[in-house]
Design a protein around this ligand. Structure first.
Ligand code: SAM
Length: 229
């Protein structure tokens, strides 16, 4: 099935609105329907990639709730909360830990227009103490009901859409690819447009071929691979 110009334009339009400086770090969030719903919200808001610390030996799975969004929002695995937080801090992110404590501030009083990572905790027991201590700011979504907490995917969506709202109000939403590091843009577009070819290139240790203005691959590929384009 060839890549239709309309599909290529759509992929570009979505990538052009992605934000590398907005992300989530999920600590031991394991249920497939929660992971799926979270990635779907990330895709909807324009998060470029997400992060997860998984329990040892647990395979990450998604279900139909994701609607395929796991293809468009890669989930990077980390060995521990501390390692993940260090990696994100090194990249300049401010880490907002969702913690249902008296020390946490109302999320609406925070500025999410700079590099922002929301740190969400496990369905049952929330954020670990170790991770809570490492975040820059504890935040909470104030609750008015009988139940103490939201479902983790609902909390994630609430926070991401607040970040989107603030960035929109500040005129900071990218629409021309400025939210994606320039050196990664072409590779990401290629991976979105031709995932099979991209995998083959990586396996062969080859650079991705260039695309023309309509998204057609320039240059020759092995015949078996061409059939998949
Ligand atoms: N008993 C757990 C606790 O005390 O944290 C509840 C965990 S809650 C079901 C799962 C995750 O959803 C939390 O770790 C947090 O990341 C997020 N969450 C749920 N309700 C929230 C709220 N009102 N404000 C901020 N985050 C919330």
């Amino acid at each position: 099935m060839p890549l239709l110009p309309r599909r290529y334009e759509r992929l570009k339009a979505v990538l052009n609105r992605r934000m590398a400086d907005l992300t989530v770090l999920l600590e031991h969030v394991e249920k497939p329907h929660n992971l799926s719903a979270i990635l779907r919200s990330c895709d909807a808001v324009g998060v470029l990639e997400a992060h997860v610390v998984s329990l040892k030996g647990r395979e990450r799975t998604f279900n139909s709730t994701a609607q395929g969004s796991q293809k468009w929002v890669p989930l990077h695995g980390h060995a521990s909360g501390a390692e993940a937080i260090q990696a994100l801090k090194t990249q300049g992110f401010k880490l907002y830990g969702t913690h249902l404590s008296a020390a946490a501030v109302d999320y609406r009083s925070c500025d999410f227009t700079g590099p922002t990572a929301f740190v969400l905790g496990a369905e049952k027991w929330g954020l670990s103490e170790a991770t809570t201590e490492l975040v820059d700011q504890a935040i909470v979504i104030p609750m008015q009901g009988m139940v103490q907490s939201l479902n983790v995917s609902v909390a994630t969506a609430t926070l991401l859409f607040e970040a989107l709202r603030q960035r929109q109000a500040a005129g900071l939403l990218p629409n021309q690819g400025q939210g994606v590091p320039a050196e990664r843009y072409d590779d990401l577009l290629f991976e979105w447009a031709y995932p099979d070819v991209a995998r083959w290139c990586r396996d062969q240790g080859k650079a991705y071929p260039a695309l023309d203005a309509e998204g057609t691959i320039k240059g020759d590929l092995p015949r078996t691979l061409k059939l998949r384009c």
